[in-house]
Design a protein around this ligand. Structure first.
Ligand SMILES: *Cc1c(COP(=O)(O)O)cnc(C)c1O
Ligand code: SF4
Length: 318
């Protein structure tokens, strides 16, 4: 993470982008800076400002435009906070905001305005979340999210997994992360040790939007998880100019299956302020998913969903 690109100028130089193509976006990086690991940048095409991986991470001028009905808290996270660091929206599962740090800054992220600075920092800061988990016997699954939980050290994560496993009603530990894709070497022995080292059944949900993200280094990291018997799921966000065509998403599903990853969700963009230029109309999304259904086995078509604040689950579109 220390080696990651933090300035648009450095990334642009690395990719040989003409100055006129990225300088207009500099102001957009003020509140939410650029952050791109070298491993991810290595998968982008040189000299192509429209590259689908670059588009996910490069600040652009449109982010500063104010769009009506795009808000700072589009998915009701404030209302779902059980205790600091613990969100519950759905029956039986709760989500721990373990950290504000991510291995990449995705420009469309619904948490781009999240008050991360106020979140827990170390194992002691989770005592109230862990207390709530231990008390609520209706919970069966804990999601580690953030931010990206795998930006924490394995020492901290080992303790956290043990403390969650000590609540006898919890059965599953689900990790939502982009790290195996952004910095594949993060999938190391000590990560596998805590992930598979408790009585909890582990699941890992990765986030891949485009087949170019699944290069050999990422495939090797996913193979390690899958050899350790960790079920793998993928979620994508439907993004204009990144993956808003059936051929791209069909190829993504095929590649995911090659790597033992089940396509899980295709998310309609959350209407977060600054991300309106990524939105694909739902009618277009439905056309894309219909084409996918006509070409792929049923299990290879992710559920096309949106998140409506207050709903009892993600809502299937179509
Ligand atoms: C999306 C989400 C989940 C997970 O939902 P699943 O349908 O089980 O994948 C859990 N908690 C919160 C707060 C969420 O936003
Ligand atoms: S990794 Fe996930 S939480 Fe972090 S910026 Fe990207 S989409 Fe948001």
């Amino acid at each position: 993470m220390r080696a990651a690109f933090r300035r648009a100028s450095d990334l642009a130089e690395h990719l040989q982008l003409p100055e006129s193509s990225w300088q207009t976006g500099l102001a957009a990086a003020d509140g939410f800076p650029l952050f791109v690991p070298r491993e991810f940048a290595a998968k982008m095409r040189r000299g192509d400002i429209g590259d689908p991986l670059l588009r996910q991470v490069l600040p652009v001028e449109q982010e500063t435009f104010v769009t009506e009905s795009f808000t700072a808290n589009p998915v009701g996270d404030d209302e779902a906070m059980l205790t600091p660091g613990l969100l519950q929206k759905y029956h039986g599962r709760a989500l721990m905001v373990t950290t504000g740090a991510c291995a990449v800054h995705c420009r469309y992220c619904f948490r781009r305005h999240f008050p991360y600075g106020e979140g827990p920092k170390g194992i002691d800061a989770w005592s109230s979340a862990l207390g709530a988990i231990h008390q609520d016997e209706s919970l069966h699954e804990i999601l580690l999210s953030g931010g990206d939980p795998l930006t924490l050290t394995d020492g901290v994560l080992t303790l956290l997994a043990e403390k969650i496993a000590a609540a006898r009603h919890i059965r599953r530990l689900r990790v939502h992360t982009r790290l195996p894709v952004m910095i594949p070497s993060r999938v190391c022995d000590s990560l596998l040790a805590w992930l598979t080292g408790t009585r909890l059944r582990p699941f890992v949900v990765i986030h891949v939007n485009h087949p170019h993200e699944l290069a050999d280094d990422v495939a090797a990291a996913l193979a390690r998880l899958s050899e350790a018997q960790v079920p793998l799921l993928n979620q994508s966000v439907l993004l204009k100019g990144v993956n808003d065509d059936a051929e791209t998403l069909i190829e993504l599903s095929e590649k995911l299956l090659d790597l033992n990853v089940m396509p899980y969700y295709l998310h309609q963009l959350d209407r977060v302020q600054g991300a309106a230029h990524f939105e694909v109309p739902r009618a277009e999304g439905l056309r894309i998913v219909k084409t996918m259904r006509s070409r792929l086995p049923g299990y290879a078509v992710p559920r096309y969903v949106e998140e409506i604040a207050g709903d009892a689950s993600k809502r299937v579109i179509g």
